[in-house]
Design a protein around this ligand. Structure first.
Ligand SMILES: NC(=O)C1=CN([C@@H]2O[C@H](COP(=O)(O)OP(=O)(O)OC[C@H]3O[C@@H](n4cnc5c(N)ncnc54)[C@H](O)[C@@H]3O)[C@@H](O)[C@H]2O)C=CC1
Ligand SMILES: O=C(O)[C@@H]1CCC=N1
Length: 270
């Protein structure tokens, strides 16, 4: 699907690197990948590590690419748009992964009729275990959506949603790795408090999260059913669960997703 197509990245940071890794692992030739990145050290790193072409100029990048992935921070989106507005024709697909930035904002900043797909990936993409959601802009074709989904399935899972859900996706899976990692850290701290070494506690905590997620995905059971399997009457788990629920664990998680969703809406309004 990506054969003989040139894919270019504007911004060569963490997320761009994750996608590059996935594309290379999926058989895309390094010669078909180019990154435009202002920092020379970052350009050198990406070129040396992945054998791809790196340049400093966004305009040159757009001219050389069939698919352009915008992977800069939302705060610099307008600066990027102003440099590329006249070089991205309707013959190119633009994929934006910028948090909170609406497809209409990208379309409005580029040539009329610009084909835009917006994606919210997450950092586990760096180990090809990302969770991405994508939505179609006003002018993107079915093929554009299929191609975008294909790209993000190379770095994990990808689903298509209506754009009105993208802020919630950002609050849940986009920011989610931070919540989960905090949970793992807290579990490990708890183990250390009970006398385990840091290494042992962290390894047990991380594998518990990984294994539980895998169990859920593979059995497709409701989480409550699987939780029931761990929870013996009068046993240890219910004692732990009671302590968690008393502290408002679920409410805290829901508040976190709500706050991140609200922030995504705020970023999009700028
Ligand atoms: N980090 C995360 O968990 C996720 C981030 N995102 C979105 O992905 C985008 C990129 O995020 P990261 O990779 O984490 O950021 P990053 O800061 O690692 O990468 C951004 C890169 O863009 C470069 N850059 C800055 N100005 C530029 C310009 N004018 N032209 C070209 N490149 C420029 C920077 O030097 C940097 O290397 C953001 O919009 C973020 O909202 C989306 C999902 C998850
Ligand atoms: O914190 C952020 O703005 C980005 C978007 C999703 C995850 N990290």
């Amino acid at each position: 699907m990506l054969k003989d197509k040139k894919t270019g990245f504007i911004g060569g940071g963490n997320m761009a690197e994750a996608i590059i890794k996935g594309l290379l692992a999926g058989g895309v030739a390094a010669a078909d990948l180019t990154v435009a990145e202002p920092f020379p050290q970052r350009r050198d790193y990406l070129a040396e590590r992945y054998g791809i072409t790196t340049i400093a100029d966004n305009v040159e990048l757009c001219q050389a690419s069939d698919t352009i992935i915008i992977a800069v921070k939302p705060q610099v989106s307008n600066a990027v748009f102003s440099t590329i507005e006249n070089v991205v024709g309707v013959n190119k697909l633009v994929i934006s992964i910028m948090a909170g930035v609406r497809t209409a904002a990208v379309e409005g900043a580029l040539t009329q009729g610009a084909r835009v797909v917006r994606v919210m990936p997450n950092t586990p993409a760096l180990v090809l275990e990302g969770a991405s959601a994508l939505c179609r802009g006003a002018n993107a074709s079915d093929d554009d959506v299929v191609l975008t989904r294909h790209i993000f399935e190379l770095i994990g899972t990808a689903c298509v949603v209506d754009e009105k859900y993208m802020d919630a996706v950002t609050g849940l899976s986009g920011s989610g790795p931070a919540y989960v990692l905090t949970f793992i850290e807290a579990l490990a701290d708890a183990g250390v408090k009970q006398g385990l070494t840091r290494d042992t506690a962290t390894a047990l905590a991380a594998q518990t999260v990984l294994g539980s997620a895998k169990l859920l995905l593979e059995t497709r059971e409701h989480p409550a059913v699987l939780r029931g399997n761990v929870t013996s009457p009068g046993g240890t788990t219910i004692a732990g669960m009671y302590a968690l629920e008393k502290e408002g664990f679920r409410g805290a998680v829901m508040d976190a997703v709500e706050a991140a969703t609200a922030r995504s809406i705020e970023l999009g309004a700028k």
